[in-house]
Design a protein around this ligand. Structure first.
Ligand code: NCD
Length: 322
């Protein structure tokens, strides 16, 4: 049985295999008739117990473009709202013989729990709490691959700066694991309250730079990745006001022209314009944000395809569960 629970444990070979498959599958979405029969007869259940537009929409579209039968279950319309446990809900869904269960959950580790106990269903992590969001990091990698290929560069040796609410972000955790795999230089920029605390955390990412100053963190970056203030995950006040935060950390063209004139800019969405990213950047020529969304469908098609192909050896996706 195979799952995609995180970027943790993913090998370089598996990453390349996923990106190659996604590049081929991009074409399906550009055709008049956007459908191939690859997953005919397969059933995919998308269980999104937390808000989502891009990830949920693109998982559904990805499954349908591959001709799978796709069932969507949300938080309020599932029996979890009646007190059933996540595991009981998942076991009941498994009794209906799906091939893949895609899970988004507000608790870190929820998909790992399901992967441990479900017997016949592959689990895909579509975002678990503050932990990981592997398909986001993969679609980001594809967007960078396409961009840097135009300059005859690969996606190794890049200088990548993440700006914003690092502490609450599963996107940055998956991305940091991916950039570590690629040997890239990562800088984190945030006020001290929005950075994970503890030495152990920083030591697990050797070479990582941390800065509380936007100008310092942007200096020479190839890629600037903006992160949303994830207010729904905050139980306390982490910044005095959003206005004060954005005065120091909102990424605008003025900062980029001065400190990182050649960079491209990414954002996982949803964007809060004027808080973490200015419109002149979001809608400007450096923005890869539209490409990220387009690539999200292809990456999810590739993952759905690869997890259903028994003959493909993807050791790294074979997350060991006790
Ligand atoms: C992210 C998420 O849900 O983790 N969004 C996404 O999936 N595209 C980031 C966020 O919510 O800020």
């Amino acid at each position: 049985m195979r799952h995609l629970l995180g970027i943790a444990g993913l090998s370089r070979e598996s990453l390349d295999l996923i990106l190659q498959n996604a590049e081929q599958l991009l074409d399906v979405s550009r055709r008049d008739i956007k459908k191939v029969p690859t997953l005919r007869g397969r059933t995919i259940i998308n269980m999104f117990l937390e808000a989502s537009t891009r990830t949920r929409g693109s998982f559904e579209i990805a499954g349908k473009r591959l001709s799978a039968d796709v069932v969507n279950i949300g938080g309020n319309d599932s029996s979890i709202s009646k007190g059933e446990t996540l595991l009981d809900t998942a076991r009941n869904l498994e009794a209906m013989a799906p091939d893949i269960l895609v899970v988004r959950h507000q608790e870190s580790g929820a998909p790992h729990l399901l992967a441990k106990w479900l017997k016949t269903t592959s689990v895909i992590n579509a975002g678990d709490g503050m932990h990981e969001h592997p398909t986001q990091a993969l679609l980001d990698a594809l967007s960078l691959k396409q961009h840097f290929a135009k300059q005859d560069r690969g996606i190794e040796g890049l200088r990548v700066t993440f700006v914003g609410d690092i502490f609450h972000s599963r996107v940055v955790r998956s991305n940091m694991l991916l950039h570590r795999l690629l040997g890239n230089h990562v800088t984190l920029v945030a006020p001290p309250t929005l950075l994970p605390l503890g030495k152990a955390w920083q030591e697990s990412y050797p070479g990582i730079k941390v800065s509380h100053s936007l100008s310092e963190g942007l200096e020479g970056a190839d890629v600037v990745y903006c992160l949303r203030m994830q207010l729904e995950r905050m139980s306390d006040f982490y910044v005095p006001t959003l206005n004060e935060y954005s005065r120091e950390f909102c990424v605008s063209e003025r900062w980029l022209t001065r400190y990182a004139p050649n960079c491209v800019v990414m954002h996982p969405g949803p964007m809060n314009r004027g808080t973490e990213i200015a419109s002149d950047v979001a809608d400007g020529p450096r923005s890869l944000i539209g490409n990220q969304v387009e690539n999200g469908v292809a990456i999810r098609m590739a993952i759905l395809y690869l997890l259903t192909q028994q003959e493909i050896k993807m050791e790294a996706l074979n997350v060991a569960v006790e």
